[in-house]
Design a protein around this ligand. Structure first.
Ligand SMILES: O=C(O)C1=C[C@@H](OP(=O)(O)O)[C@@H](O)[C@H](O)C1
Ligand SMILES: C=C(OP(=O)(O)O)C(=O)O
Length: 419
């Protein structure tokens, strides 16, 4: 197994300028909207700048090409690609099979398939009902209305919304139950609006009339979820002056909430024309955070709180069970070497509890469970523990391919090994 040993920088102050990866969420929406718009009418004279080079976005680009031929499309481990391509292929009458990694075949898609089949698609499960792989063929829009359960993933709603204006009758989506990760739905609607599509959201109903997308120039923002790892580094370093180039206060990403959430963790954000500058400030001893809109920040905070000995009460972690890995289980396993346990209470609350002393004599080794966020959430702990070993470091390519290079730029010493 490949791994990397991360040694803390020699200097006390972390002073660095970082070019974060571009947002994969914005990039994948952009690519989907582009493909939908091009199907409506030929579009030209626009340029997309700063598209993500993360694997999830490379997969999205590849599959949009491959879908034209009709084929077996492998989404690998990209959730947005699985969900967005399902809606895209279904409503465009593309006969394809959509599949992915072993883990992707454990990530639910039933609520989206139900909604699309209600509308007039023909989607079948090839193995287990409710999960990929799925076979898609044939579409005639039977109804202009659809009911969608959105308690598992907001990606289902985002997928339906983006295809909605291209449908002959448009779409009225009735959201059933609890809406998780709402900030990502808002991101979808803002991008649709930017490209000329009007939507109306009242209570639990979103209405989209048939409309044409109009493509124009767009620059993808740096990724706020990736910024979280630099906030952790700032929080754990004795002194920090970290500039995250191009990151602005006015963002379409819900994870911009880091600015407020990280303040009690001891990180102060100033926005300058160059980007967001992270410096140190006083920290609090206890924190309560609801991650319902920001599930991708959960690992960052849980690991950081354990490293700092901050008492954390967390809510909204349920969807972590169906991400790249069961992130709750993965956190529980890996936090044990720090002497912590993430304890589930009965009312949707999670508490980080200290259960034992850390064995100070050994270098902690962290497994990453094919989950990029496990690797990036644990790597900053080198600042506290001197050195840590992270297994399977290549996982970061899903969202932040140059993460390890950026750590080196900040002064961390890395040793890549094959054991
Ligand atoms: O729409 C998106 O781009 C995303 C939505 C979220 O997923 P869920 O809606 O499944 O929570 C998030 O965790 C994922 O990384 C990206
Ligand atoms: C959950 C994530 O991605 P996805 O659902 O798109 O695979 C993530 O990036 O943390």
């Amino acid at each position: 197994m490949k791994s990397v040993i991360v040694n803390k920088p020699e200097q006390k102050e972390i002073r660095v300028d970082i070019n974060l990866p571009a947002s994969k969420s914005l990039s994948n929406r952009l690519l989907l909207i582009e493909a939908l718009a091009q199907k409506q009418k030929k579009q030209s004279g626009y340029t997309f700048h700063n598209l993500s080079t993360a694997n999830d976005t490379l997969v999205m680009q590849r599959l949009l090409q491959e879908a034209k031929e009709g084929a077996i499309l492998d989404v690998e481990d990209a959730g947005t690609v699985m969900r967005f391509m399902t809606a895209y292929c279904a409503v465009n009458n593309l006969s394809v099979i959509l599949t992915g990694t072993y883990r992707m075949q454990e990530r639910p898609i039933g609520d989206l398939v139900d909604a699309l089949n209600q509308l007039g698609a023909q989607i079948e499960y090839m193995k287990r009902p409710g999960y990929p792989p799925i076979k898609i063929r044939g579409f005639v829009q039977r109804y202009p209305k659809v009911t969608l359960s959105s308690g598992v993933s907001s990606q289902f709603l985002s997928a339906l919304l983006m295809v909605a204006p291209t449908l002959p009758h448009g779409l009225e989506i009735h959201i059933e139950g609890f809406l998780r990760s709402r900030s990502y739905v808002e991101m979808t609607l803002r991008l649709m609006e930017y490209f000329g599509v009007k939507t109306e959201w009242k209570g639990d109903v979103i209405k989209v009339e048939p409309q044409e997308y109009a493509l124009r120039d767009y620059t993808v923002e740096p990724d706020w979820s990736a910024a979280g790892y630099w906030y952790s580094i700032a929080a754990l370093a004795p002194f920090a002056h970290i500039t995250l180039n191009g990151l602005t206060d006015n963002s379409w990403q819900g994870d911009r909430r880091l600015v407020e959430l990280m303040r009690p963790m001891g990180v102060y954000t100033t926005f300058t024309p160059q980007g967001a500058v992270l410096t140190k400030t006083d920290e609090l001893g206890e924190l309560e955070i609801d991650f319902i809109d920001n599930p991708d920040l959960a690992q960052t905070f849980v690991v950081l709180a354990a490293a700092k000995g901050i008492e954390l009460e967390a809510y909204g972690l349920e969807s972590l069970r169906v991400k790249e890995t069961d992130r709750i289980r993965a956190l529980q396993n890996e936090l044990m070497s720090l002497g912590y346990w993430l304890d589930e209470k009965h009312n949707g609350e999670w508490k980080l509890v200290k259960v034992s002393k850390r064995n100070a004599g050994t270098m902690p080794v962290f497994d990453t469970y094919k989950d990029h966020r496990m690797a990036m959430a644990f790597a900053p702990l080198a600042l506290k523990l001197g050195k840590v070993k992270i297994n399977d470091p290549e996982v970061v390519k899903k969202s932040y391919p140059h993460f390890w290079e950026d750590l080196q730029k900040a002064g961390f010493k890395l040793e890549f090994t094959n054991q």
